[in-house]
Design a protein around this ligand. Structure first.
Ligand SMILES: Cc1cc2nc3c(=O)[nH]c(=O)nc-3n(C[C@H](O)[C@H](O)[C@H](O)COP(=O)(O)O)c2cc1C
Ligand code: SF4
Length: 142
């Protein structure tokens, strides 16, 4: 892919933090080895766990930051930004993980996007924004 696009665009790579299918897939330890081996090859690592059921659990079954233990420490294996997910229904939890150095960013359900943060800082925000409750209606419609 790099040979095909050169420097004309960034290449991101989404990989499962743990495929949770035993020897048929990557464990979390193997994923860490894979990232270490390919350190700076993609421009950004986009990490999320396994299937829809593992990855996008509703608030009834998943705590906020449900993938924190799986992703913690991976940022030290690469020089490229690490993006993660895991029921970040509150932007505060996402910001905590960024401040703690676990993630560089996150794109998932609920929390306002960086664009919305910027709009709010400029005072032009749509104040009707409501925090995600992890009900998963958006997922049933996907
Ligand atoms: C409506 C919706 C659409 C999604 N579409 C994709 C997609 O096209 N590709 C993908 O890799 N993940 C997709 N996801 C999964 C999210 O990227 C993320 O892994 C998942 O929502 C878990 O993170 P969260 O619990 O923090 O929301 C989608 C999620 C939602 C809610
Ligand atoms: S439908 Fe809205 S509130 Fe429910 S999980 Fe999706 S983003 Fe969150």
């Amino acid at each position: 892919m790099r040979d095909a696009v050169g420097d004309s665009m960034g290449l991101t790579l989404r990989v499962s933090l743990d495929e949770t299918i035993g020897t048929l897939g990557f464990s979390n330890a193997e994923l860490r080895d894979f990232i270490e081996m390919n350190r700076d090859l993609p421009d950004l690592w986009d990490l999320a766990q396994g299937t829809w059921e593992d990855c996008s659990g509703p608030s009834r079954f998943k705590e906020e930051a449900a993938q924190e233990a799986l992703v913690r420490g991976i940022r030290e294996l690469t020089g490229k930004p690490v993006v993660g997910v895991g029921r970040f229904t509150s932007p505060d939890v996402m910001v905590r993980m960024i401040r703690q150095g676990t993630l560089d960013s996150s794109v998932a359900r609920g929390p306002p996007s960086p664009i919305r943060f910027a709009e709010e800082n400029r005072g032009g925000a749509d104040r009707r924004y409501r925090e995600c409750i992890g009900c998963n209606i958006c997922i049933t419609a996907t």
